[in-house]
Design a protein around this ligand. Structure first.
Ligand code: CTP
Ligand code: MG
Length: 169
């Protein structure tokens, strides 16, 4: 069980970073350039910025490079390489943007909660992309799908308490 926990978090760490760093960056320039979709709603909304998206991607890469450097000295079974950290970081950012795209199509304004979509969009995209180049055990996927919403929820409450975020979700 401890092995499962360690390897799951080791695998997904670049995605978690890519997802959380945008909250800290407080970007200003919307990555949809304030454009509307054909339904009249925003393409993505003001919550998805250029600074946040690129900062998240490169932040994920940075933690991934540190992981590649230290993994020979650590009790981890999953080994990262340049491709896995790129796919995980890109998947996290893109999945989060895709999640916002879906929310806008359902008339949910920026920042409104979409349970499970908000917590799992980045994770699913990351896992699908990384599984193209690495074999990911099913129990790791199941573990992450269960614990990620809980971690996401708790970290958002902390971000809200520390005034990094306007709403606690
Ligand atoms: N953020 C960003 N760029 C991104 C993703 C997130 O700048 N690509 C920042 C924004 O400040 C955003 C915050 O991180 O408000 C929290 O992200 P999230 O909860 O995903 O965005 P929401 O504001 O809830 O917007 P949405 O309803 O579109 O999910
Ligand atoms: Mg949100």
């Amino acid at each position: 069980m401890l092995d499962l926990i360690i390897n799951s978090f080791w695998l997904i760490l670049p995605s978690y970073f890519a997802n959380f760093i945008p909250v800290l960056l407080k970007g200003k320039k919307p990555i949809d350039f304030k454009k509307n979709f054909i339904d009249g709603n925003r393409l993505l909304g003001d919550g998805k910025t250029i600074e946040g998206s690129f900062g998240g991607f490169f932040g994920g890469l940075l933690i991934g490079l540190l992981q590649i450097y230290f993994q020979p000295y650590l009790p981890v079974k999953f080994y990262h390489n340049q491709i896995t950290i790129i796919l995980l970081s890109f998947g996290a950012v893109f999945g989060d943007l895709f999640g916002s795209f879906i929310k806008r199509r359902f008339n949910l304004r920026r920042g409104r909660p979409a349970p499970l979509l908000d917590q799992l969009d980045f994770l699913i995209f990351s896992l699908v992309l990384v599984s193209l180049v690495a074999e990911i055990e099913l129990n790791i996927v199941i573990f992450l799908v269960i614990v990620t919403p809980i971690i996401h929820f708790l970290s958002n409450i902390f971000a809200y308490l520390f005034k990094l975020k306007g709403v606690p979700w």
